[in-house]
Unconditional design. Structure first.
Length: 188
């Protein structure tokens, strides 16, 4: 409808004269496009500003067909199947720290640090491994310590930030607020 309204405007010397079943919103879009084409044809300077609207899942105002939903699902699956991303994920989590809870890591570090009054070097690996059988290697203790000092891995921090921004975006979308790129950058 927008293209036909634009075509009508251009053929009728850029004026709206005839009644049609085209909605007012479509007519406004056609007028805006006609003005843009007229400016370009006259050779004047044209500044192009792009606004992007994010509609996602169940929060969209438009009714989507099943084909569009299936194509969105296919895109999501293809993103999840991206081999390069899996390699990056494996590189970030090569020691699989996410399989251990933060509380478990704290228990291990507390156990290692509180060896007792007679110990000069802390607990032996044998004692640590006997108490915590799921730790495969002595090097995990230093990784646990680093993890706790930095309050998580970089990937976990990024995921937490992503979920926070997504939550704010969903809240804004439910309140029908306009969200611009600058607002998202401020949230980050």
């Amino acid at each position: 409808n927008i293209v036909s309204a634009l075509s009508d405007l251009i053929t009728n010397n850029l004026t709206v004269t005839q009644q049609s079943p085209i909605t007012s919103q479509e007519r406004q879009m056609a007028e805006h496009l006609a003005d843009t084409v007229k400016l370009m044809a006259s050779g004047q300077k044209v500044d192009y500003v792009e606004e992007t609207t994010l509609d996602f899942g169940r929060y969209t105002n438009d009714e989507e067909s099943e084909e569009e939903e299936e194509s969105m699902l296919d895109e999501k699956e293809s993103e999840e199947m991206d081999e390069d991303w899996k390699d990056k994920e494996l590189a970030l989590e090569k020691y699989n720290l996410r399989s251990f809870s933060e509380e478990f890591m704290r228990q291990v570090i507390d156990f290692v640090d509180h060896a007792g009054p007679g110990s000069k070097h802390g607990r032996s690996w044998k004692a640590i491994h006997h108490r915590f059988r799921t730790i495969p290697d002595r090097s995990y203790i230093s990784r646990f310590r680093k993890y706790l000092e930095h309050h998580g891995t970089k990937r976990q921090k990024t995921q937490d930030l992503d979920s926070l921004v997504y939550k704010k975006l969903v809240d804004a979308r439910q309140k029908n607020l306009v969200v611009h790129d600058l607002a998202i950058q401020r949230w980050v």
